[in-house]
Design a protein around this ligand. Structure first.
Ligand SMILES: NC(=O)c1ccc[n+]([C@@H]2O[C@H](COP(=O)([O-])OP(=O)(O)OC[C@H]3O[C@@H](n4cnc5c(N)ncnc54)[C@H](OP(=O)(O)O)[C@@H]3O)[C@@H](O)[C@H]2O)c1
Length: 299
């Protein structure tokens, strides 16, 4: 799912913790992606990321424009379909089907949200799993669970990339994730428990079924907030010196309300900034998924 977390605003907390902004991570991922795109073009293949927008939401149109500019900068094609707000579920599925069967399209996303009369999850399930750049199709969740190659869910993959970029050891350490949602907590748990040098963690997932969840977060070497409850993570929930990744956010209009209270920077050893942490890495992962899809399709 491509969310409204694509803000570029940047704030710095007042505490002593090392800051872990997402922008340099995204730049590194995008530089690798541009190089992979150039290799494909030298073989006559132009990687492409297609987008579908339904309706006239200004913010959604803005996010599409950002992706199209990014696509151009990376040397991707970016075919786009804009359906009216009155489009039916069938018309949305037909637009997806046209991109599914187009061999020149390697990645495809439907901008979230769609108008209320449409079923976004049902549409997601009609996307060709090999072109699912959000990595959220049930088949790709299954591939992740059993360790098969395929598009990875963008935000979890972005968090793994962020930890790797800042050379934060993950293997053998205790990662506690607050939240077991399908877009974030659950796939992140699967990803960071995989047998790989940048993962290989002891992962614990806590949620509303664990009322004393602070007992777990207080022992975490790496704490990931993925609840979507503003200010749920307070300094007393953090082990001194721990790494804190704030991924959960809620929006009050355009105002972003993060899960992690800014005062956590006084206790943590390293922390993502209030704004500009995980978000930029999520967008970069869309393009990494698309170029990898193009590579797999051309093998
Ligand atoms: N930065 C990004 O790019 C990005 C991308 C995707 C998502 N997100 C954000 O990540 C957050 C999670 O997304 P999601 O789709 O996974 O959400 P979700 O499906 O709503 O999951 C939220 C999880 O948090 C748990 N939770 C909520 N309140 C809690 C509480 N008081 N105590 C303990 N656990 C609590 C819930 O527990 P139960 O399961 O028991 O209900 C649930 O597992 C959202 O804020 C979303 O906006 C950010």
């Amino acid at each position: 799912m491509t969310t409204t977390s694509e803000s570029t605003e940047h704030h710095t907390p007042s505490g002593a913790a090392r800051l872990l902004p997402g922008a340099p991570v995204a730049e590194a991922v995008l530089a690798d992606t541009a190089a992979a795109a150039a290799r494909l073009r030298s073989r006559g293949i132009t990687p492409s990321l297609a987008t579908i927008l339904v309706g006239d939401d200004d913010a959604s149109a803005g996010y599409i424009a950002i992706k199209q500019r990014q696509a151009a900068a990376l040397g991707f094609a970016s075919p786009h379909v804009h359906l009216p707000a009155t489009a039916t579920q069938t018309e949305l599925h037909q637009a997806i089907a046209r991109f599914n069967t187009d061999p020149g399209v390697h990645g495809l996303l439907v901008q979230y949200p769609v108008p209320g009369h449409l079923d976004y999850d049902a549409a997601l399930q009609t996307i060709d799993p090999d072109k699912d750049v959000d990595g959220m199709h049930p088949l790709n969740m299954g591939r992740l669970a059993v360790g098969l190659p395929g598009p990875l869910p963008c935000t979890p993959a972005g968090i793994e990339a962020l930890l790797a970029y800042y050379e934060i050891p993950v293997a053998g350490r205790e990662v506690v994730i607050l939240g077991r949602g399908a877009t974030l907590g659950r796939p992140l748990a699967m990803l960071l428990a995989q047998k790989r040098p940048t993962a290989n963690a002891a992962v614990t997932v806590v949620h509303t079924g664990v009322p004393d969840w602070a007992r777990y977060t207080r022992r975490a070497d790496i704490l990931v907030a993925a609840a979507g409850v503003p200010g749920i993570v307070q300094p007393e929930h953090v082990k001194p010196g721990a790494v804190v990744i704030g991924a959960g956010v809620r929006y009050d209009g355009r105002r972003l309300l993060p899960d992690v209270d800014e005062a956590c920077a006084e206790v943590a050893g390293a922390i993502t900034p209030r704004v500009g942490g995980v978000g930029p890495t999520t967008v970069a992962m869309l393009f990494r998924n698309a170029v990898r899809a193009a590579e797999r399709a051309s093998q």
